[in-house]
Design a protein around this ligand. Sequence first.
Ligand code: TRP
Length: 330
Amino acid sequence: MSKKTILSGIQATGNLTLGNYLGAINNWKKMQEEYECNYMIADLHTLTIRNDPEKLRNNTLDLLALYIAAGIDPEKSNIFIQSQVAAHAELAWILNCYTYMGELSRMTQFKDKSTKHADNINSGLFTYPVLMAADILLYQADLVPVGEDQKQHVELTRNIAERFNKIYGDTFKIPEPYIHGVGARVMGLQDPTSKMSKSSTIPNDSIFLNDEPDVILKKFKKAVTDSENIVRYDKEKKPGISNLISIYSAITGESKEEIENKFESKGYGDFKVAVAECVIEELKPLQNKYNELKNNPDYLEKLYINGAERAKKIAKSTLKDVYEKVGLVW
Ligand code: TRP
């Protein structure tokens, strides 16, 4: 049986967090053996908010280096920059014509972002999920690893694909969201009721992948907890400590019960240091490799050029089929 296909991506905005790592990239790494993987750097999506051009370019290359540093192997997986494969923008236009305004206005991310960026509610922000649908459908992906917050966009992708297939016959594979376990839900350290975010404005809320060990230790020491001082998992009543248990579990592979037992006679102070230490250890090789790659821009360039070549071949065959079906001259 042939391998199933995966497509996923992360927006090229700012520094990645421990949440991106445990929730996405670390799982992507594990999926490389079993699946045909396409991992994209979503730079077109970032244009829906205003960016400094130089920063965007840097962030894009940083993200590429991070993918590799975190263990995504360019020999095994197809790694590419979205904007370098023109088919994404081309298919997105076509799919826009098969997506309803009503559907897009129900997207929670659109509602959130239009509140956050009230001075710039551009149409790209509105059609953001259609570009995401194009990303996914071009590669005939079976599975789309995403966080809970992106599930709605994958559902929309399915609807668009089904609608198109119904009119024109089998064209797109209907993809399924693939939500990872523990890692998918890394919460903020200061606000453990919201997801740890690259763009959090709360100081010490997020661990960034390039944070120095002393910064990581400091942030964990300051993490918000409750006053019970018992290391016990209870997401409702003890969101802060539960988040730390999840992080520790995702890294060490120990179950929640094992962790509770291990720290039974210890207080939060000791536990926080233990969590910080395992995070520092986990990130050390990644940080070393990342720094090495950043000093080797020629190698990175070769990687993204090759990646785009491979991606274009796959994307082109889907796009051709779509052009022919809707009546465009290929
Ligand atoms: N929208 C996703 C996010 O913000 C990033 C993304 C863009 C993506 N295209 C994708 C994720 C395709 C999965 C598949 O996290």
